[in-house]
Design a protein around this ligand. Structure first.
Ligand code: IPE
Ligand code: IPE
Ligand code: MG
Length: 250
């Protein structure tokens, strides 16, 4: 019998003591993934929802506190109506398939964005998932759905202006912490790591305020192919970054 010489172990390891508290994902590349298979773009969106489930379970297992996924942008209304309608059906499909499993894993569902622009039945499904999981204490899985960061910032400004006008706020009280408390992501931890798939290197109007000091990670992998191993690679890359927050090297 011939024994192969053992290869040296070079795979870097995750440090369980330095897991990002909040990972935000720009889930990109569904359309290209489907096109490569001569399938309609909607098939890519369908397959992409499986990645959300996989990553949520793994992030939860790793002790990530929150994971935000960019599911539909305010700009995505510019897509063909048939594609938009298909995406608005996905919450129902996703929760039908996976809500029980997410419940069993103590995952809490949240939504940020202008959900009221979705059809009523989509909103009902969303509110029911949020409600059902509201007491869960594991990973917060937050969907940015009909979300636009500029819109979120403008809405926060309007709300602050109204509260100021009504005398509930003084000018001196308006600072970064107060502004943060008016954002839709107010009670989520700061985003430590942003992952965008499919090789695009832009933010596309996603969490501009929240990403101020996030580490950015761009992966060439198309979203439906992004798996646990890819998540580990992203976290390992994050763990090798030197986060200085404007100070000096630690
Ligand atoms: C991301 O995939 C999903 C949404 C934006 C809803 P895309 O649909 O943008 O896929 P590509 O970029 O066209 O491949
Ligand atoms: C960003 O992806 C929006 C979501 C992932 C929901 P897009 O594919 O819409 O962004 P652009 O058009 O490449 O900027
Ligand atoms: Mg895209």
């Amino acid at each position: 019998m011939i024994f192969k010489k053992k290869q040296p172990q070079t795979v870097p390891k995750l440090d369980p003591n330095n897991i990002p508290a909040h990972i935000a994902f720009i889930m990109d590349g569904n359309g290209r993934w489907a096109k490569k298979r001569n399938m309609p773009r909607t098939y890519g969106h369908h397959e992409g929802t499986k990645t959300i489930r996989t990553l949520a379970l793994e992030a939860n297992r790793l002790g990530v506190k929150a994971m935000t996924v960019y599911a539909f942008s305010t700009e995505n209304f510019a897509r063909p109506q048939q594609e938009v309608e298909y995406i608005f059906k996905l919450p129902k499909e996703f929760f039908n398939l996976y809500l029980q499993e997410l419940m069993d894993n103590n995952v809490q569902i949240r939504f940020i964005g202008d959900v009221a622009r979705a059809p009523q039945w989509t909103q009902d499904v969303i509110f029911s998932a949020v409600e059902r999981t509201s007491h869960n204490t594991g990973l917060i899985l937050c969907f940015a759905f009909i979300y636009g960061s500029r819109q979120e910032i403008v809405e926060a400004c309007k709300q602050i202006a109204m509260d100021y006008k009504q005398g509930d706020l003084t000018l001196d009280e308006i600072d970064e912490d107060l502004f943060e408390s008016y954002m839709m992501s107010a009670d989520l931890p700061p985003v430590d790591l942003l992952v965008r798939t499919s090789g695009e290197c832009r933010l596309s109007n996603f969490m501009l305020w929240q990403l101020s000091y996030a580490e950015l990670y761009f992966s060439p992998v198309l979203w439906p192919d992004f798996n646990e191993a890819c998540l580990h690679e992203a976290i390992i890359a994050y763990q090798h970054r030197d986060r200085r927050f404007g100070g000096l090297k630690s």
